[in-house]
Design a binder for this molecule. Structure first.
Ligand SMILES: [Zn+2]
Ligand SMILES: [Zn+2]
Length: 83
């Protein structure tokens, strides 16, 4: 499982911090808790990127590694078009 911004591919570091706002103003690393505020237990659905400043759904930051599968689909499509 890789974690990076869905838009700019920025990978959050251990030292990055987010603030619960609007909320209880707790500052923490949101990827330590899967976007759950340790101060007020609010479950955040979105996470702002420290690099590009765009707010994306928190789940979009998690990326499974399945490079082979995408290649196979591409091959199949090409074959169908050729016939
Ligand atoms: Zn909070
Ligand atoms: Zn970004």
């Amino acid at each position: 499982m890789k974690i990076h911004c869905p838009l700019c591919a920025y990978r959050p570091h251990a030292g990055d911090r987010w603030i619960c706002s609007p909320g209880c103003d707790t500052v923490w690393n949101t990827f330590d808790t899967r976007a759950r505020c340790p101060g007020c237990s609010k479950q955040w659905r979105v996470t702002a990127c420290p690099a590009c400043d765009v707010t994306s759904p928190h789940n979009d930051w998690y990326h499974d590694e399945v490079p082979d599968e995408a290649d196979c689909e591409h091959e199949e499509n090409r074959e169908l078009v050729g016939v």
